[in-house]
Design a protein around this ligand. Structure first.
Ligand SMILES: C[S@@+](CC[C@H](N)C(=O)[O-])C[C@H]1O[C@@H](n2cnc3c(N)ncnc32)[C@H](O)[C@@H]1O
Length: 278
């Protein structure tokens, strides 16, 4: 699974990024959430459906922006899990500040420890996983079993993620035409280890804990993992836009998402809903 130390390296990286994302130069805007009008990005907004009354588990919740938005939008319970202590501490502070602590709860744990950290099998109507979650996980079949274990019969997974085809490319390997260049093989099984001190949400930031270990997960592997865990696909969409500037050459569209300046060059994201079989 990519050698020793992947978890420690990744956690140190995310601990440091959390401070950057809560800092003044960050693209994360907490204004609407603080004003009681938290909004999910345009892709998720269009696809997720109402969450009022649902018990929601948000895996890899970062500092809880979306978890708290789901609570603001009426989720009966919103539980966020992340392995970064500063992220969970910030999420708890935000929940307190927004008066949402009665419905939003945050748990500090590794994803693969989630069933022990949240001993509530079958307790959730919706498991919510979005944007930059899967590449950090070495074992997708194990992840899917964990998701299925938390869902009630008939409960739903909503997943929105960067497209694995786009993860083959990176700006670090930019080509002469200004397009991102080839970075990692689509079918790579080993961890992709990278030292990159930049941050996607603050171009001025320079990270000291720059080393990351990520994994390529082809679309077929994602679908196979879900099926193997007893989750049936409702639908799958591919998108030519996404909520963060994955590549320098992307531009913002009218919905605030990032997309290609000319014709769509690569798929940038996919999203799906899957249901736990009765
Ligand atoms: C790009 S962020 C996800 C952002 C998220 N979509 C949100 O709601 O803002 C990735 C998150 O995954 C978390 N993470 C990475 N590896 C993890 C692991 N093994 N267990 C738990 N959380 C992990 C990081 O701490 C980070 O907060």
């Amino acid at each position: 699974m990519g050698g020793e130390g992947w978890r420690e390296d990744n956690r140190a990286n995310w601990d440091e990024r959390t401070a950057v994302h809560l800092g003044p130069g960050s693209a994360y805007d907490l204004g609407p959430l603080r004003a009681g009008r938290g909004a999910l990005d345009a892709i998720v907004r269009a696809e997720l459906g109402p969450v009022a009354g649902l018990r929601v588990l948000h895996l890899q919740c970062h500092f809880g922006k979306d978890t708290l938005t789901l609570a603001q939008q009426g989720a009966a319970a919103a539980v966020g899990l992340d392995f970064s202590a500063p992220a969970i501490a910030a999420a708890r502070r935000l929940a307190e500040e927004l008066g949402l602590s009665d419905r939003a709860r945050f748990v500090e744990a590794d994803l693969y420890d989630a069933p022990r950290a949240i001993p509530e099998p079958g307790a959730f109507d919706l498991v919510f996983v979005t944007w930059g979650a899967l590449p950090w996980l070495p074992d997708l079949a194990g992840w899917a079993r964990i998701v299925a274990g938390f869902l009630r019969q008939g409960g739903r997974l909503y997943l929105a993620e960067g497209h694995p085809t786009a993860f083959v490319f990176d700006d670090a390997a930019e080509t002469p035409n200004g397009k991102p260049g080839w970075y990692a093989p689509y079918f790579e099984r080993e961890a992709v280890v990278m030292d990159d001190s930049t941050d996607y949400a603050d171009p001025t930031a320079r990270l000291r804990h720059a080393r990351t270990h990520t994994w390529m997960h082809p679309l077929g592997e994602v679908l196979g993992a879900l099926r193997g865990a007893g989750l049936a696909l409702d639908w799958l969409h591919e998108h030519s836009r996404l909520p963060w500037r994955m590549f320098r050459s992307l531009v913002r569209d009218a919905d605030g998402l990032f997309t290609w300046p000319d014709r769509p060059w690569l798929p940038l994201a996919f999203s799906l809903a899957a249901r736990k079989l009765d």
